[in-house]
Design a protein around this ligand. Structure first.
Ligand code: UDP
Length: 469
């Protein structure tokens, strides 16, 4: 099924095919990238599946992008029927069969690609490694998008290549990384499956690594000014294709439209009220897919309640319920939102002065660009590295305290309460608040005409598109 928002692929302009992975955190930045490319007169076709299409169509409404829908396979073992994105999976333990299921899209993808020719370049998600074989079959250069920073990518690659995750040392024992002597990591900063030598996750990882190594480059949602040390190392030391920093992509969207009071969602009206009262708000959200235990969720609620901070908590539906009476007890200074919000709108609201975040890379960038300091509470994937980047490298945030001091430990209400207070009112909070303003300005400059990311994107288009068109 093909929905042409407008037929742009038929012109003589360079034509890029974009294929985001089916999760919000991977799709949103690709949509921003689509806007940037369209702006530079590149024709864009986005591939997706039926259930993910409305989100994409809404974002691209009025643009010249084309959308092509591929039927998501039905009845794949391990994937609940009707689930076409990872944020709808009941648990992230179902990720391997989900990723496996996407491979069944390949024949449909290739049939559509054939109809779409000429395609000058493909940018597809690293998690859709199989698209490399389609790209090769059609002789289309492919760039890979992971949505990770160079910091996270380079450190992960470094520890794997040098075998730093195997060995008898305890998981929370710090080790240094010779090439970056100021950085101390622990095994706990990496997902346990990186140490496995067989199994579904290992197969997935190996396929992904292989297809990335065969690609023509990596598109990185970050900017030179914070990431160049790591990107330079990647480009110099690893045999992988070159990485290009072209972000932060969250700055691409047009400036927020000022809404009439009655058009604003209830939570934005609540933020307006807090601003009028002069009460700074802590925004609390753990991304679109974190698995949080009922016990941990309870501790978050009590910690927020006892911190006396004003807070807006966006809680995913799949998380368990907070104990009875919580919302009533905190109603003068806290609200819990259980639907999809426009996170950038919240972070850019002047009342929001802190972000308790799982440190998904998009959330980190969105917070930085809004000059909001972060209280880091990483949960999975590369979020532990992002948290180190936030706290130790960029110094734009603090970290919640775990009971055992380990980065994956349980957080008791006291460890949360103490750090919420520190971020919102303490001396360390003040320092990171100042620093984040500085980094926000640097990010904006990078994306502006003539800035580092602006120039890099031009070069990237030149190298991968114009040469072949
Ligand atoms: N997001 C949003 N509204 C929500 C939840 C998430 O706009 O209610 C957006 C958020 O702004 C970010 C993305 O979804 O752009 C989540 O990506 P991130 O890397 O932060 O975390 P993930 O969900 O991938 O763990």
């Amino acid at each position: 099924v093909r929905e042409m928002v407008m037929d742009s692929a038929s012109s003589s302009r360079p034509h890029m095919v974009l294929f985001p992975f089916m999760s919000k955190g991977h799709t949103i930045p690709i949509l921003h990238l689509a806007s940037l490319l369209l702006h530079r007169r590149v024709a864009v076709t986005i591939f997706t599946t039926p259930a993910n299409r409305p989100f994409i169509s809404q974002y691209l409404a009025g643009s010249e992008a084309s959308i092509v829908e591929l039927p998501f396979p039905e009845q794949v073992a391990g994937v609940p029927a009707g689930v076409e994105s990872t944020d709808k999976l009941p648990s992230m333990s179902l990720f391997p069969p989900f990723a496996q299921a996407t491979k069944l899209l390949q024949p449909h993808f290739e049939r559509e690609l054939e109809n779409l020719q000429p395609v000058t370049c493909m940018i597809s998600d690293g998690f859709l490694g199989w698209t490399q074989y389609s790209a090769s079959k059609f002789g289309i250069p492919r760039l890979v998008f992971y949505g990770f920073s160079s910091y996270a990518m380079t450190l992960s690659r470094f520890v794997s290549v040098n075998g730093l995750l195997i060995g008898p040392e305890p998981d929370d024992e710090p080790f240094t990384v010779p090439e970056f002597p100021w950085i101390r990591l622990t095994k706990n900063d990496f997902e346990p499956y990186l140490r496995e030598t067989s199994g579904a996750q290992t197969d997935f990882l190996m396929e992904m690594t292989k297809s990335t190594s065969e690609s023509n480059g990596l598109v990185i949602n970050s900017f030179h000014e914070i990431d160049s040390v790591f990107l330079d190392y990647w480009n110099r030391e690893f045999k992988d294709p070159k990485g290009w920093c072209i972000g932060p992509l969250c700055l691409v969207e047009p400036p927020m439209v000022e809404l009439q009071p009655h058009e604003k969602p209830a939570w934005v009206q609540w933020l307006d009220l807090k601003l009028a009262q002069g009460n700074p708000v802590l925004y609390v959200a753990f991304g679109s897919q974190a698995d949080i235990s009922a016990e941990q969720l309870q501790e978050i609620a009590t910690g927020l309640e006892e911190s006396k901070a004003n807070f807006l908590w966006v809680k995913r539906q799949k998380e368990s319920e907070i104990g009875d009476g919580f919302e009533e007890r905190v109603k003068d200074r806290g609200i819990v939102v259980k639907e999809w919000v426009d996170q950038r709108q919240i972070l850019n609201h002047r009342s929001v002065q802190g972000f308790l975040s799982h440190c998904g890379w998009n959330s980190v960038l969105e917070s930085i660009c809004a000059a909001v300091p972060i209280l880091a509470w990483p949960m999975m994937a590369e979020q532990h590295l992002n948290a180190r980047n936030v706290v130790e490298e960029m110094k734009v945030g603090l970290r919640v305290e775990t009971t055992d001091g380990s980065v994956r430990g349980f957080v008791k209400k006291e460890g949360l309460e103490k750090m919420v207070k520190e971020l919102m009112e303490g001396e360390m909070g003040k320092q990171v608040r100042e620093k984040v303003k500085e980094v926000a300005e640097t990010a904006k400059t990078a994306m502006k005409e003539g800035g580092s990311s602006w120039q890099t994107l031009n070069l990237l288009i030149d190298e991968t598109c114009n040469k072949t068109s």
